[in-house]
Ligand binder design. Structure first.
Ligand SMILES: *Cc1c(COP(=O)(O)O)cnc(C)c1O
Length: 351
């Protein structure tokens, strides 16, 4: 039988996330999750939640959460847009701002969801090669384009770009929206948030998934000028008004209030990262300079895929990308001190 719907089906290549193995005793360093529990604010928000409010639809503006984000980052509430993880915010942004005939520009090695959204929405895009040292050349982003998206720090390279190079790109593309994906900015690098009040074409996207240990809650947000945020809201309200549920709105706000705990775990991960990096360098690994909660590493003469498989056999999950330019590398998320000591020990045995 021939089905009409199959004839015109979009041929999509979906994003492939890292594995989420069910086993208990594994060391999971493959999706850049935070090894520490979220703030106790989560528990208190759950305890104080009025379950009767579940009868009603949530606040479509998620005002409690957008207000808390606005206070935390010293911007106005109408400069903040929240979504179901930054993937939702980024997807909405592609749909809203990348709609011309010129290609959207992003690096050849970066978050692979960008090209997936390009495919989904039929947006032309052009990948600009990183330099040999995996840094971004700002001059690649000055030609005609339909928009620009840069992860800063970049993933999976872990390398960040200087703020004046980001500003150069923003300034030289006054008629394009430039999205800066700051999923890892709390672990290093300079935020582009100060540009938001000076340029009407820059959108900074952040997530609670990594630095705030909240990947399971799905909270992301964008900060930009009022007009960009208004456009995002128009797209969202044309698709699904109620993206964030009422409990998550409260939880997100409570987590933001706990900046003491946030600072503690953020600094701890940076410290563990630098320790792990030194250890790996001592073993002959090339470790790219990381401003993130992961390391991107290679070692002359080793087969990265074989090391990835060998680690998995020892219940240590890291990420391997079978892609041009990076197939000799492993991406290792920073876990607890104990986990990283184990990783070093096992790597010493394997390589
Ligand atoms: C993890 C990640 C995201 C998505 O984060 P969520 O908020 O969990 O959807 C976006 N961009 C980059 C570069 C990431 O690494």
């Amino acid at each position: 039988m021939s089905f009409e719907w199959k004839k015109n089906l979009k041929r999509l290549t979906p994003y492939v996330p890292g594995e989420q193995p069910g086993a208990e005793n594994i060391i999971k360093l493959n999706t850049n999750e935070n090894p520490y529990p979220p703030s106790l604010g989560v528990l208190s928000a759950i305890e104080h939640f009025d379950t009767d409010s579940y009868r009603k639809y949530p606040d479509p503006e998620a005002s409690v959460l957008t207000g808390a984000i606005a206070r935390t980052y010293s911007v106005d509430a109408d400069q903040v847009f929240v979504g179901v993880g930054s993937d939702d915010v980024l997807g909405m942004s592609f749909l809203t701002f990348f709609n011309g005939g010129d290609p959207v520009l992003f690096p050849d090695i970066t978050y692979s969801f960008y090209e997936v959204w390009g495919g989904l929405y039929g947006i032309p895009f052009e990948k600009k090669s990183l330099r040999d040292d995996f840094t971004i050349d700002r001059e690649d982003y000055t030609g005609t384009n339909g928009g620009i998206v840069i992860a800063n720090p970049n993933a999976p390279t872990s390398i960040s770009m200087q703020l004046y190079d980001i500003e150069y790109i923003v300034k030289n593309n006054p008629s394009s929206v430039v999205i800066i994906d700051e999923a890892y900015i709390d672990f290093g690098g300079e935020t582009a948030l100060p540009l938001v009040d000076r340029y009407d074409n820059v959108l900074v996207v952040r997530t609670f998934s990594k630095s705030r240990s909240m990947a399971g809650a799905r909270i992301g947000f964008a900060v930009g000028c009022k007009e960009l945020i208004g456009a995002l809201c128009t797209t969202k309200f044309s698709y699904n008004s109620y993206t964030i549920d009422s409990l998550t709105i409260q939880i997100g706000a409570a987590v933001l209030a706990d900046d003491v705990y946030f600072e503690v775990i953020r600094k701890k991960i940076i410290e563990t990262r630098d320790w792990t990096s030194e250890k790996l360098k001592g073993m002959g690994f090339d470790v790219l300079p990381s401003d993130t909660n992961f390391l991107f590493v290679t070692k002359p003469g080793i087969n990265a895929k074989a090391v990835f498989e060998a680690l998995k056999k020892r219940d240590i999950y890291v990420r391997y990308f079978d892609k041009p330019r990076v197939s000799d590398y492993l991406r290792i998320t920073i876990g607890t001190d104990e986990e990283m000591k184990k990783v070093i020990k096992v790597l010493e045995e394997i390589v």
